[in-house]
Each structure stands twice: as structure tokens, then as C-alpha cells.
Design a binder for this molecule. Sequence first.
Ligand code: PLP
Ligand code: COI
Length: 355
Amino acid sequence: MEIKITRKLNPAAKPQDESKLGFGTIFTDHMFLMLWDKAQGWHDAEILPLGNLSIHPSSSVLHYGAEIFEGLKAYRRADGGIQLFRPWENFARFNRSARRMGLPEVDPEFCLEALKKLIALDADWVPHNPGTSLYIRPFMFGDDENLAVHGSGKARFIIILSPVGSYYPEGLAPVKIMIEDEDVRAVRGGTGEAKCGGNYGASVRAGNRAEERGFSQVLWLDGVEQKYIEEVGAMNIMFKINGRIVTPALNGSILPGITRKSILELLRSKGIEAEERRISVDELMEAARTGALEEAWGCGTAAVVSPVGVLAYQGEEYTIGGGKIGTVTQQLYNELTGIQWGELPDPFGWVCKLN
Ligand code: PLP
Ligand code: COI
């Protein structure tokens, strides 16, 4: 399929101070968009100036949450070139999410080509400061003009781009996380392992409560017994307990993070086998009390590797590793970001160079 390109006539000014980018509030000049319906499949692919969408008020996304998304980044290398990190994994997960939500699948290779063309057009928006990147948000929504609940007969796929700094205002300083014991995020057989908007909409109440109490995000427990650790609002979670690295096993209700997978592969390549298993909140709290919990960190595209300095559960607060970033956390941050920004070799073939 050909991609029609319409350039913006008056490109917007780029952010002057890249140290103040934050996350997800500034957007580049262009977006990619294509349409789908049952009769034609995907069609009308185009790159056009970023702008508002026109949408029918009965559109299924507005009523029944027919929406999925992805998150990946483009990184500026020291030589000025631009590269992506494991984009193939994102489009494969996107299609798994599409299947779960009754939305049409995309052609991953075509989407990657479209993304490359879009970034080439907005290349000046990829920031240069250490720790900054261009966040890429592909998403799709069902667009049927029909109030009956059903699989989507029409959909739109869009990619927008946003220059970002760190997700948490704390940067690499440890964040405070509250273990949520009222709301749940997902149950097995539900949509937890899909990256769909509804999962995040349902998480907002608990997130707000955590913020009011001075925490950055919540750590979710399983939705059945509220006994086992699952993941954080926008990242997977890992712990170092008694010298061993452990992380909750993928069980259908956790998002299978690409950063999580990369860290496990990175560790494995050094002969360190992290345990993927059920971790009960009781085990974690006991380890926090006795000091056996040496480190905790979250990992995700937006969050990168984020040390957790404080964990709170049922009114009690535990400081981990003296509230400082631990050695394993720091090393994983250095190695992962080193590969992502092209400062370290990429023996795994994770990097996709654009130029
Ligand atoms: N878990 C949730 C709920 C997320 O939103 C994210 C972010 O995408 C992750 C985990 C980490 O996934 P990834 O490493 O693929 O970005
Ligand atoms: C990402 O890390 O890409 C995410 O999707 C997290 C997001 C919900 C901000």
C-alpha cells in the first residue's frame, strides 16, 4: 500500500530546553493514519500534519472501549543517528492485543515502514539530551457507527510521536509505590495481558488515591485472591531478595513487558537466571521487614528502569536499600540504556537503526 505524504507547511518550534521535557505533553508535526473496514481491509494510509480527528458520536471506541495501543521509543545516538529498540516486539504484541479486543490485525512490516517514514519526516524532533527520546504511540480504535456491542467492522490505526524526558518527575531517583489492596487491575481471562485503554481507565481511581497519599503509582495484586504481586501502573516489577532476582511470572493478567523480557535475557546472557514465579505480598513484606528485600525496581518503555525506594502496604511503609538506587538496578539501567542509545554494543540484535 502506498503512503500519501502531506507535509505541514509551518513546522512548530521544537522544545528549547530538553531538560524540561517530562512525558507525553508535546507532539511532533506529523502523524500516520490508516483506515480499515471489513470490505476493503487496511486502506488510505497517509502521513499528514498532526491534527484533531473527526469521530461519529456513536463510534464504538467512545462507548465500549474498543482501543489498543503500544509504546516504544526512538533514541538519538551520539553520532546523530536515530534507532529503535525491538520494534518488532511491539507490533507483535499489538496484534495480540487486537485479537483479544476484536480489532483487526495490522501488517507489522508495513507499520514499521510507515513508522520509519514518519520519523524521517519528524527527525529533528528526536531530542539530544542524555535520557531523552522520542516516544512513539501507535494505537487503534474501533470506529463503527453502531451502538450494538460487537467486534469492530471499522477501525483507524494512528501513530503519534512525542519527545520525552523521564516518565517520573523523580528521574532516576527512587519512587514511592503503594501496594493496592482495594481495586484490582485485571483477572485471568480478562484483558490484563492486552495493552488496551480500558485497563488504564480502570486503574485511575487507585492511582489517584496513591497520589493523594504521596506515592507515584500503585503496585497491583492479583485480581482473584489479592495475594500475589502482579505489576505497577505503567511498568513490570522486579525484586532482589536474598541475592536472587525474582519477578512475577506472566500469568495472563500481567502485561508481557518488552523491557522485562529484555532484562531477563540480559541477565540470562550473564548466567544469572532470574526466577519468574508467583510472589505473595506476604513473602515480599516479610522480606522488606527483615531486610532480605535488597532492591526493587520497575521496568517499562516509558519508565525505563525505575528504582523503588519505598513500598507501602496496609498503612505500613518500608524503605528499600536505604531509599537509594541499588547496584543491580543501576547496572541494569546502565546496560539497557547503553544499548538503547547506542553507547554499548548490541549482541542481541535488539536495535533497529533508522540511519
Ligand atoms: N506494565 C504496564 C501496565 C505497562 O503499561 C507497561 C508499559 O508499557 C509495562 C508493563 C512495560 O511494558 P514495556 O516494557 O513493553 O514497555
Ligand atoms: C509505556 O511504557 O510505553 C507505557 O505504555 C506506559 C504508559 C501507560 C505511559
